[in-house]
Design a protein around this ligand. Structure first.
Ligand code: PCO
Length: 187
C-alpha cells in the first residue's frame, strides 16, 4: 500500500478535493488516502461527499485524541503514517506558515513534523495578485530547497473572475505526478 496524506487549505481550489480523491483511488495503484484540513478549507467541500474509506482529520481531532501522557499526538501519527504528503491546494497563508516553520493547526504541525526524506508535493493556489507578489516565489523556493516538489500553479479564469496565474494545477496533472512519484519510490 502507498499511504497518501492530502492536506487541504483555505483556497477555493479545495472544491477539487472530491475529484482529486476519486481519481487517486481510481488511478494510483494500492493507494490508501487520508486527509487533513484547515478550518477555512471546510468552507469549500462537504465531508459527506468524501468516500467512506477516507478519513478526514481537522483541528478538533487533534485535541480529542489527547488527554494524557502516552495518548497519540495526531500530527505526529499522521506524519509517521504517510509515505507521501500532498498539499493541494496550498494557499498563500499556509505557504507562508510552512516556509517559516509556523505550526498552529493540524496541517501545519504535520508539515513541521514531516520527515523531509519522504516526498512532500505541493500545489500552490491563490489569486493572481497574491501569486505575483515576490513573497510567493521566495517561499516556494524555500520549500523546494528542502527537496519538496512543486506542481506549479497554472493560468486560467479564476473563480473570482480574474484571469492569470495562480490556479491550482489540474487534477489530472496532480494524479499523474503522484503516479510518477510512487513509481520513483518503488524503483
Ligand atoms: C482566490 N483564488 C484562488 C485561486 C485558485 N483557483 C483555482 C481555480 C479553481 C477552478 O478552476 C477553483 C480550481 O480557479 O485553482 O484560490 C481568489 S480569486
Amino acid at each position: 500500500m502507498v499511504k497518501i496524506l492530502i492536506g487541504c487549505t483555505g483556497s477555493v481550489a479545495t472544491i477539487k478535493l472530491q475529484p482529486l480523491i476519486d481519481n487517486i483511488l481510481k488511478d494510483v495503484v494500492k493507494a490508501e488516502v487520508r486527509v487533513c484540513v484547515t478550518e477555512h478549507s471546510k468552507h469549500f467541500f462537504d465531508v459527506k461527499h468524501i468516500p467512506h474509506q477516507v478519513d478526514v482529520f481537522s483541528d478538533s481531532d487533534e485535541w480529542a485524541a489527547w488527554s494524557k501522557r502516552g495518548d497519540p499526538v495526531l500530527h505526529i501519527e499522521l506524519a509517521k503514517w504517510a509515505d507521501i504528503f500532498l498539499i493541494a491546494p496550498l494557499d498563500a497563508n499556509t505557504l507562508a506558515k510552512i516556509s517559516t516553520g509556523i505550526c498552529d493547526n493540524l496541517l501545519t504541525c504535520t508539515a513541521r513534523a514531516w520527515d523531509i526524506s519522504k516526498p512532500l508535493i505541493f500545489c500552490p493556489a491563490m489569486n493572481t495578485r497574491m501569486y505575483e507578489h515576490p513573497l510567493t516565489s521566495n517561499q516556494i523556493a524555500t520549500l523546494k530547497s528542502w527537496g519538496y516538489l512543486e506542481i506549479p500553479a497554472i493560468e486560467k479564469l479564476l473563480i473570482c473572475g480574474d484571469t492569470g496565474p495562480g490556479a491550482m494545477a489540474e487534477v489530472s496533472t496532480i494524479v499523474k505526478f503522484l503516479i510518477d512519484t510512487v513509481s520513483n519510490k518503488i524503483n
